[in-house]
Structures are given as structure tokens and as C-alpha cells.
Design a binder for this molecule. Structure first.
Ligand code: Z5A
Length: 212
């Protein structure tokens, strides 16, 4: 077999603290891959456009209060409601660059004190990323960047705790990106890693599921 029929898009996830530069880098990677002629879309979680996403958004902007378990399950439900579309996109050959995924879900809720295994459970069965890139930045440095402090989780002490949980969740397959450098240098670290991943998925690397 040439493996041709199993060609698919890559599921690429960007994780990191608030203000680590995920949104900026998603846009850059999108245009990089587009320029090379690869079908690619940029996604983000939470997806605030769905019905569940609207509840999440109202919670994050402090317009509503929810029990910690409840909001955790809503974040997870927000990924589940996009799961079948995600699979269809990947199978049709479109790569997805996803700004935050299940690791954010577990890291943020665990940092509030919820049991980490309980937090992982609802994520089991979602598609596993082909690549996780962690935009690494000390919480203090991230806090110095613009626009900090508006939403519920944007507080230094909390972000420090989130960083610890990310460290617990990370595995050797994660690509650690130095996110303190200028935008162009951060992008430069990611381009080749992303392209390698897209090429290996085109060659038919099998899709797997969380939690690995
Ligand atoms: N959350 C959760 O609890 N559970 C879940 O399951 C999920 C999420 C999925 C909202 O997420 C909150 O939801 C989030 C986690 C929680 N809470 N927090 N914290 P979100 O994705 O909607 O929002 P965010 O991640 O907090 O923020 P952001 O604005 O998307 O940050 P970013 O994408 O990492 O950074 P950016 O927008 O690209 O850049 C931020 C600023 O820094 C901006 O002014 C840039 O110009 C600047 N910047 C970026 N890169 C650089 C470099 N390299 N040098 C200098 N300045 C830079």
C-alpha cells in the first residue's frame, strides 16, 4: 500500500499561559501553511460561538457564576460538540491549528483544586493531537504583556499554579517553545516542527484518542 488513502490533516495544538502568544502564533502558522499550499484552519477553545461556548464566555467575563465542576464539564462539552467536525476536517485533508485544548481544561481546573484524574475523565475519547507545542514563558513575564487582568483567570498567582499543572501534564513528545523571544523568533522555532507534523500525517499516521 502507498498509504495514500490514509492521508489526512494534522491536529496541532498550542498550549501555554495567558498572554504566551498562542493567538499571535496561530495566525502566523496558518498563513505559513497556507502559503505552502496546505489546506489548514485555525480553531480555538473555548469556541465561544456555540450555545455551550456562550455560557463559558459569560462565566469568564464574570457575568455568571458556576460551580467549578460545572464549568469544567462545559469546557469539555465545548470540545465534544466540535469533535465530529474536527474528525471530518482532518479526514478530508485539512490540518487544524488549535489554540488551547484538553490540557488547558485539566490544568486550569486542577489549579482550582479539582482532582486531576477527575478532570481528565471527560476528555477521554476526544481526538489526540499529533503535536502539542507549549509556549513557555514565566508567569511574571506574561503578566507584563498588554491587556492582562480583564477575565476571571488572569491573575498572577493563579497563572503560576496553572504552569505547575501544565508541567505535570506535559510528556516528552511536547515541543517546548521559548515564548519570551520576539514574535518572529517564536514563529521560527515552530515552522519546521509544524511542517514535519503535517507531512507525517499526509503519509497516513493513524489518528489516536485521548487520554494517552
Ligand atoms: N480555559 C479553561 O479553563 N478550560 C479550558 O478547557 C479551556 C480554556 C479551553 C480563556 O481562554 C480562558 O479559558 C483561559 C483558559 C481557560 N484563561 N486564562 N488565562 P482564551 O484562549 O480565550 O484566552 P487566553 O488564552 O487567556 O488569552 P489570549 O489573549 O488568547 O492569549 P494568547 O493567545 O496566548 O496571547 P496573544 O493574544 O497572542 O498575545 C497576548 C499579548 O502579548 C498581545 O498584546 C501580543 O501582542 C503580545 N505578544 C504575543 N507574543 C509576543 C512576543 N513574542 N513578544 C512580545 N509580545 C508578545
Amino acid at each position: 500500500s502507498t498509504g495514500q488513502s490514509d492521508a489526512r490533516g494534522a491536529l496541532i495544538v498550542l498550549e501555554g499561559l495567558d498572554r504566551s502568544g498562542k493567538t499571535s502564533q496561530s495566525a502566523r502558522l496558518l498563513s505559513h501553511l497556507n502559503g505552502l499550499g496546505y489546506p489548514v484552519e485555525s480553531w480555538r477553545f473555548p469556541d465561544r460561538d456555540t450555545a455551550v461556548g456562550k455560557m463559558i464566555s459569560s462565566y469568564l467575563t464574570n457575568q455568571s457564576q458556576l460551580d467549578d465542576h460545572t464549568i469544567h464539564l462545559l469546557f469539555s462539552a465545548n470540545r465534544w460538540e466540535k469533535r465530529s467536525l474536527m474528525e471530518a476536517k482532518l479526514k478530508s485533508g485539512t490540518s487544524l491549528i488549535v489554540d488551547r485544548y484538553s490540557y488547558s481544561g485539566v490544568a486550569f481546573s486542577s489549579a482550582k483544586g479539582l482532582d486531576i484524574e477527575w478532570c481528565k475523565a471527560p476528555e477521554v475519547g476526544l481526538l489526540a493531537p499529533d503535536l502539542v507545542m507549549y509556549l513557555n514563558i514565566p508567569p511574571e513575564k506574561a503578566a507584563e504583556r498588554g491587556g492582562y487582568g480583564g477575565e476571571r483567570y488572569e491573575q498572577l498567582e493563579f497563572q503560576k499554579s496553572v504552569a505547575k499543572y501544565y508541567e505535570m501534564l506535559s510528556d516528552p513528545s511536547w515541543k517546548m517553545i521559548d515564548a519570551c523571544l520576539p514574535l518572529e523568533d517564536v514563529e521560527e522555532q515552530m515552522k519546521e516542527i509544524v511542517l514535519d507534523c503535517v507531512v507525517s500525517c499526509q503519509k497516513g499516521k493513524p489518528l489516536t484518542h485521548l487520554w494517552l
